[in-house]
Structures are given as C-alpha cells and as structure tokens.
Design a binder for this molecule. Structure first.
Ligand code: GLU
Length: 541
C-alpha cells in the first residue's frame, strides 16, 4: 500500500519528507500527514499536520502553520479502515499525544485490542486500525512502569516497611519503576498485533529517534552520510542514498543521529545487510520489475492475503463482514442476487455467480452494468444487488445501483477504494484491499475481487445454513493457503511464461477456452491480451 518516509539528519526535515512522499505518489493515496519533533520552540512536543487529498493540500496546511524539527515522519494513506478524512489521516497519536505512529497495512485484531483498551480508559479519535498501534505502544510503556510499581506495593511499599541498613540503596533502585525504551515498547507492542504492518514511530520523550518495524508490507532503511531514512519503498529516498537495508518481516530498526541498530521482535541483535541500489528512479518505482503490470501480477498473493485478513476465523471457519446494514434475516429470506459490473469486474461477477449459487443456493443474475438500466429489470425488495467496481466510481455501475435502489433492492459493493461513491449508497461494502493498481490491465484487483466474492458466498451460505461447520472450516483453510500457492506458481512459471510469449508472439488470433467457473476466467484472459497487445482474442466456453 501507500507511502512512509522518515528522516533523521542535518537537512531540513519537512522538505525531505514531503519530497520523498511526492516520489512515492505513483503508489496512489487519498490523504497525507507529517509529524516532526525537536522543534526549538516546542522541544518536548511532536508537531502534527494532516490533510485529506493531495500532497499540495498538506503543503498548504504546513505553509499556513509552519513546522520545523530535527526528526520526523510522513505518510500517504490508502484507506482500508475508515474514510479518507483528516481525522483518519496518519500520523496517529497515542492517548498522551506525545507518541505518533504511521502505518501501511491492516491490523487484523484491531477491534479486540480497541475494546480492551477502551475498557482501560483509552479514547480514540479516528476510525482507523492504525490508531490502535499508538495506544498499544503507550499501554506497553505504562504496563512496564506499573509492573514494578505494583510489585513494590505488594511488598508493602517503602512507607510500610523498614529497610535493612545494607539493603536501602539497592532495594530502592531495583524497585524503581521500570523504564523501557521506545524501541522496547514497540517490540512488545508489535507482538500483540496480528495482520500486516510496516510502521514508523516517534515519541517526544525520545528525541532524535525513529523506530520502524515490519510484518508484511515493504519497508526500507536508507543509510546516508550522517543521515538516516525510513521509507516504504526505495524511490522515496533514492535521491539521497543508494545504500539500502530492506527491512525483513519480524525486524525492528532504531534510527538515531548516530546510526541504525537492528533487532528481531525479541531484541536479539541482527546485522544490517546494506545493498547498493543501482536502479534508476523509474526502475525503482517498479521495484525492479520491467513494468507495473508485472509488479502487480506479483503482488497478487499479498492482495488475496489482505482481502482475507481479519475476515475469517481459522478455528471455526466463520466469515466476518463488518458494517453490514443487511440483517442475517434479510440474507436468509433473500430470493435472488443481481450482480452488476463492467469489464474485468463483470468477469469476476460471472465467476461469483458460480460461487454464490453453489455455496448459498441462491439464484444469481450477472448484468453488464452499462446495459442494466436500459432493459426494465425486475428486482424487488426481496432481492439484493451486488455491485463490483475497482474504483467505486464507475458511472455505469453507479447507475445500475441507482436502478436497483429505485426498484426496492438493497445493495452491496465490492470495491477497492474506501469511501468511494458506490460504497456511500450501499448497505454494506467488502473492500478488496488490493492497494492501488497502476497497470492498465487489472491483475491483482481482479484476484482480490474473486477473493471477496468467495468470502461473500461463504458468508451468505453461513447465514442461510447451506454449509456445515466442517465445510466452512475446510473452505477457509483452503482459502488461507491460496497466497502461498500463488507465490509458488508465480515463481515456477516465470520462465515458462516468457518462453510461451516468445513462441506465440507472431500469432494473430487467440482463443481462451474454459469450462464452468473457468469460462469467466477465459473471458478475462482474452480481455487482458486484447487490452495489452491489441491482438484479437476471444474467450470461449
Ligand atoms: N489500515 C490503515 C488505514 O486505513 C493503513 C492504510 C495504509 O496502508 O495506508 O489507515
């Protein structure tokens, strides 16, 4: 997903971060923010500026209310939890307001953590999963100090106890509240998170320190001359340094003015593996791939994983689809589903028909969204409309949604952009969490749509009692293996694909054949070839 840039060094922090975020703009985003510490005017505070929309909005906010500092962190957000508003933009603060976090990814167990923290008195300002991370770190800092204080109290405390002559000093020191460092608090906190995260953390109490941790989304550490960088991707810092450590899953990096130290989540030291990056900036945007489509094809495992994250229980096989304004009773008594979509999304809808009919035993019609309103369709209040669109702004799909609503059906959306137009009129949304797609031909967004449709089909089946618990568990277990299988296949067929492409490069006509659920896949394959090569192709049952 989107962008993180952090900096510690002698240069002016704000321009370094804004310029870095600008170089990550190709990754797509919906809002942006920055936090800096070490300002001469407010040395014990972090200054925060955030704005929805483009980076220039953030720059306007900073111009109106300037900030300076010696260390800082910035973020461009691609929303997964909560609309793209200023309140939901990163960085997010902890409850004391002295610690901030930026995050790429999804905290799967954020609701459970949030409830536990609310019970402890924490209050939250945003709808994001990210804000929870800041509070969990705060909680770890507080737990550490309380641990020794309470054992102190259990032992009677200094007031109720006479010290032996020779124990006074040592007892008092050993019983002083535990002070853990920011990085130790981060290490303890990340162990409580499940899901996917690349984070950057700053605290006003730890000047000139930037802590980063990774589990899933990419993050890199840049080593310059007396300056150090954190970024979600190489292009954000390539113009400052070519010496890069690619942060690995399970690593925590601590950046200070004197260097970078690396540990695992248990504080075991790890060596930095610095690589010299030879890519030019254009290559760097594509992570070394020849073009965006190839990069995005290789991002499919992550897209499927992120679409499934937090929505299934691997213990019970249950599917959870939060924020549904359609009741279990409505799902039970529903008499049919109309899917409306265009292009690639229409193909995923055709595949969805197989999944929903098979699992939930409910008739499904799949309509081309641009045609739907021209044929006087007959949906009603007992039927559901399901709209599929990557952007959530496809005009024809929105028009089909309006027609469904006009005829009394409730609608659901499968969409890759939180808060997009289609989601605002829908009674529920399943976001695909594929991240921005830059290649013209849809790849990872299509795979993520299929994943979302499968989740929806299974959810519906569970509401309607058309699958047993054992079957549910089986399906969810198999679904959880798909990202790994995709990775394996992508690795295994790379050379073969190149050979086949060469062999067929002079052919003029292609037929893609598929039976059953593979027929829509054949249609999608043909569409892909046409879009990319302008070679005639057809999908055929
Ligand atoms: N899940 C987080 C949010 O919705 C992070 C999104 C991102 O990676 O930008 O704020």
């Amino acid at each position: 997903m989107c962008g993180i840039v952090g900096y510690i060094g002698p240069k002016s922090v704000v321009p370094v971060i804004i310029e870095g975020l600008r170089r990550l703009e190709y990754r797509g985003y919906d809002s942006a923010g920055i936090a800096v510490g070490g300002s001469p005017d407010t040395p014990d505070q972090l200054e925060l500026r955030r704005a929805p929309g483009k980076l220039r909005n953030l720059e306007a906010v900073i111009a109106a209310s300037p900030i300076h500092g010696t260390f800082g962190i910035g973020h461009t957000r691609w929303a997964t939890h909560g609309r793209p508003t200023e309140e939901n933009a990163h960085p997010h603060r902890d409850g004391t307001g002295t610690l901030v976090v930026v995050h790429n990814g999804i905290v799967e167990n954020y609701l459970a953590l949030k409830q536990a923290l609310i019970a402890k008195g924490h209050t939250f300002q945003s709808e994001t999963d990210t804000e929870i991370i800041a509070h969990v770190i705060q909680d770890e800092l507080e737990l550490a100090s309380q641990t020794t204080l309470s054992s102190f109290a259990a032992g009677g405390g200094p007031a109720s106890r006479t010290l032996d002559a020779n124990e006074s000093e040592s007892v008092l020191t050993s019983q002083a509240p535990e002070r853990i460092t920011l990085d130790e608090a981060v290490r303890r906190a990340v162990k409580r998170l499940t899901g996917a995260f690349a984070i950057g953390v700053l605290s006003a109490h730890s000047p000139d320190t930037l802590v980063a941790a990774r589990m899933g989304p990419p993050a890199v550490i840049g080593i310059g001359e007396g300056e150090f960088f954190l970024a979600s991707d190489v292009p954000g810092i390539l113009h400052h340094t070519r010496n890069i450590h690619f942060l690995q899953d399970g690593e925590v990096a601590v950046l200070t003015t004197s260097g970078v130290t690396l540990t695992d989540f248990d504080n075991n030291p790890l060596p930095l593996k610095i690589q010299r990056i030879a890519w030019d900036p254009i290559q760097a945007e594509k992570a070394g791939y020849k073009h965006f489509m190839l990069k995005e094809i290789n991002e499919q495992p992550r897209a499927v994983r992120d679409t499934t994250l937090g929505r299934v229980s691997l213990d019970t096989g249950h599917v959870f689809l939060p924020d549904m304004l359609i009741t279990a009773e409505e799902f039970r008594t529903c008499t049919g589903i109309t899917i409306a979509a265009c292009g690639t999304s229409w193909h995923s809808g055709l595949a969805g028909k197989f999944m929903i009919e098979r699992l939930a035993r409910l008739p499904v019609d799949v309509d081309y969204a641009s045609e739907y309103r021209y044929r006087d369709p007959i949906p009603d209040a007992t039927m559901l409309g399901l709209l599929i669109t990557q952007s959530g702004e496809t005009a024809d799909t929105i028009a089909a949604q309006q027609e469904l609503i006009r005829k009394g059906s409730k609608t659901l959306a499968i969409c890759n952009v939180v808060g997009a137009a289609i989601t605002r009129a829908a009674q529920g949304t399943i976001t695909t969490n594929a991240g921005p797609e830059i290649g013209v031909a849809s790849t990872k967004a299509f795979t993520a749509q299929l994943t979302a449709l499968f989740l929806f089909a299974l959810y519906l089946a569970q509401q309607r009692g058309t699958v047993t618990d054992a079957e549910s568990l089986h399906y969810v277990t198999e679904l959880s293996k798909i990202p790994g299988k995709l990775e394996e296949i992508l690795r295994a067929v790379d050379d073969q694909c190149a050979k086949l492409a060469k062999m067929f490069s002079t052919s003029n006509d292609f037929l893609f054949l598929g039976r059953g659920i593979h027929y829509p896949i054949a249609l999608e394959g043909a569409l892909k070839l046409k879009e990319i090569s302008y070679i005639h192709a057809e999908g055929y049952p």
